[in-house]
Design a protein around this ligand. Structure first.
Ligand SMILES: NC(=O)c1ccc[n+]([C@@H]2O[C@H](COP(=O)([O-])OP(=O)(O)OC[C@H]3O[C@@H](n4cnc5c(N)ncnc54)[C@H](OP(=O)(O)O)[C@@H]3O)[C@@H](O)[C@H]2O)c1
Length: 291
């Protein structure tokens, strides 16, 4: 198959490029095609003629979206709709990456795909609106919601905790938001399998298991063999521009329907730490300087 990926320079996009071996893959960033401009999207798809379009492009700065609402909706809603319209024009299948932040966070059991949306932030609203419109443009599109993405080659929670832990003996982390961390390569493999299965509709894809940010941070520090103490705190002590859902665990049932199982987040974290260490070894940095 021929695959075109928007957002190929992002955390997930890079993992998709690394993991996608079986097909002919073209990765695009915002300089190749700005998804806010439908003419640029049309040109990119005319040049690549894909069987599947993966839209992993987004404005992902959740707090930034609160102050840049125009940009949030231009990229996350209008841009996503542009990609869906062009996919339809060219008869390509579409897989759109979405987020747990489309939910209100009030549930106490894992969210199923048909649970009503109730976003609490501009970022969540821009993605929720995109989902709704993509569904009406192309009911066969596959919308993959994920959460708490981490991986090498980008800004992510484990990276932040490891940096802080190298500087501090104590770190406070919120213990009243629960979700499922998701390692980008695991999600990339699930996305590839979903395309090969011609998946459609909304699918939830995260690493299995759940935790709070505090529990995630404690495990990061423990697995990295660091002595920094992680202390639980509450969201009211860490007021941020965008409200986060208190609970955003996504049920794995829709993914299992396709026979796809993702590893537990603790195993995924260990893989991430090994990959991170390998990327930092002198041999790896020597290789990365080769043309
Ligand atoms: N990160 C998370 O925790 C998380 C959680 C749940 C869901 N998601 C979703 O997962 C997907 C991937 O997220 P990520 O963390 O990998 O994103 P990321 O690292 O922030 O990367 C964003 C990507 O989008 C591209 N992009 C931004 N604006 C664009 C535009 N106007 N036109 C074309 N491309 C544009 C960027 O290209 P440039 O490099 O050229 O700027 C980059 O490749 C997104 O849909 C996001 O909403 C993320």
């Amino acid at each position: 198959m021929r695959i075109t990926i928007f957002g190929a320079t992002g955390l997930l996009g890079k993992a998709l490029i690394r993991e996608w071996k079986a097909d002919e893959v073209v990765g695009l960033d915002s300089k190749d095609a700005d998804i806010r401009d439908i003419a640029q999207v049309r040109r990119a798809i005319a040049n690549t003629r894909p069987d599947w379009i993966i839209n992993a492009a987004a404005y992902t700065d959740v707090d930034g979206c609160e102050t840049n609402q125009g940009l949030a909706f231009a990229v996350n809603w209008r841009g996503a709709v542009n990609v869906a319209q062009v996919a339809k024009e060219f008869g390509a299948r579409l897989l759109f990456i979405s987020t747990d932040y489309v939910f209100d966070g009030l549930s106490t059991t894992p969210y199923e795909p048909d649970h009503p949306r109730g976003p609490r932030s501009v970022y969540g609203r821009s993605k929720a609106r995109a989902e709704e419109e993509i569904n009406s443009i192309s009911p066969d599109a596959c919308i993959v919601r994920t959460s708490w993405l981490f991986g090498i080659g980008g800004k992510c929670f484990p990276e932040t905790i490891l940096k802080l832990a190298s500087l501090r003996s104590d770190i406070d982390v919120v213990d009243d938001q629960r979700g499922s961390p998701t390692h980008a390569p695991d999600l990339a493999r699930a996305v590839i399998a979903l395309c090969h299965a011609y998946a459609k509709g909304i699918v939830h894809a995260t690493n299995s298991g759940e935790c709070s940010w505090f529990e995630f941070a404690r495990e990061i520090v423990r697995c990295a063999g660091l002595k920094t103490q992680i202390h639980p705190t509450t969201s009211d002590k860490f007021v941020r521009p965008a409200e986060r859902p208190k609970y955003s665990v996504l049920s794995p049932a829709s993914l299992r329907h396709y026979g796809i199982f993702m590893p537990h987040w603790k195993d995924a974290l260990r893989n991430y730490l090994s990959m991170r260490e390998a990327a930092e070894t002198p041999a790896a940095s020597l290789n990365s300087r080769k043309p």
